[in-house]
Ligand binder design. Structure first.
Ligand code: SAH
Length: 257
């Protein structure tokens, strides 16, 4: 199969960190790439799958510490492809979710460079797996909203809190750690009950993974005290309630008959 000719680019989803959560296609493309541009959130285990002669270029961005601006990244990718290299642009999670993929797709297409996307496991799916919970719940959480709570430097968070405060939905908030206090305050002000279940998941799928359950009014304290330096996702909604599972024996003991 030659879906990766010289001079072409793949935007590849690196998943949440654990290399076993890569797709087989991602693994193959990473192994064939001559140049790999990768983000700060791409796990070491994923980078270890690169070929021995591949050039690995860190173009990492973590909030507040932008090492390369988006325009520079776009140019680096296009230049490498125009030199005839097989280029992989590795992005944490799924490239099409809060990954600035549009800028890179546009830059490649404008330069006449062939570009394709290989999807990846997004952080919300990995977070649910690490909690052992479902993001949706029949009859109670029929909607799943992915939202970013990242504000540009100096700007306040401009979100439609009224529509986000939906009791039938699960909210998966990306880049929300710094905004946890505002998220809690605004959602409660917009009508979500203060005791709405919340889960915080940090570094999902990695050995440093941590998770913590709390409620919406206690989210600010939890975000400050329970989380470290890793990327973290906030999950909010009834689907995240701790569930009491009644086992058959317990049910029989409780039964008066
Ligand atoms: N494209 C990525 C999201 C990039 S935005 C995806 O689909 O997952 C970066 C944000 O994703 C982080 O601030 C954090 O909120 C979340 N994130 C990424 N990796 C994560 C992980 N392993 N555990 C928890 N959250 C993660």
């Amino acid at each position: 199969m030659n879906d990766f000719p010289q001079g072409s680019v793949w935007l590849v989803g690196a998943g949440p960190g654990d290399p076993e959560l890569l797709t087989r296609k991602a693994e193959r493309l990473i192994g064939r790439a001559e140049t790999i541009f990768y983000d700060a959130l791409v796990g070491e285990g994923v980078l270890a799958l690169a070929g021995p002669n591949a050039r690995l270029v860190h173009v990492g961005k973590r909030s507040g510490r932008h090492s390369k601006d988006q325009g520079t990244i776009d140019r680096l990718i296009v230049d490498a492809a125009l030199k005839g290299e097989r280029v992989v642009r590795l992005k944490g999670g799924d490239p099409a979710i809060f990954g600035r993929a549009t800028e890179e797709l546009d830059a490649c297409r404008a330069a006449g460079v062939s570009v394709s996307i290989c999807p990846g496991v997004t952080a919300a799916s990995a977070a649910a797996a690490s909690l052992g919970a479902s993001l949706t719940l029949r009859g109670l959480a029929r909607k799943l909203t992915f939202v970013t709570a990242h504000a540009r430097a100096g700007e306040t968070l401009d979100l439609d809190w009224t529509s986000l405060a939906d009791r039938d939905a699960t909210l998966a908030i990306y880049m929300g750690k710094a905004a946890a206090t505002e998220v809690s305050r605004q959602l409660i002000a917009a009508g979500l009950p203060a005791d709405t279940p919340v889960a915080l998941v940090e570094s999902a799928s990695l050995p440093t993974e941590r998770h913590f359950r709390t409620r919406l009014d206690l989210l600010p304290i939890a975000a400050r005290s329970a989380l470290g330096d890793g990327p973290a996702l906030l999950l909010i909604g009834q689907a995240l309630a701790e569930r009491t599972v009644i086992t058959a024996t317990a049910a029989m003991e409780a039964c008066p008959c």
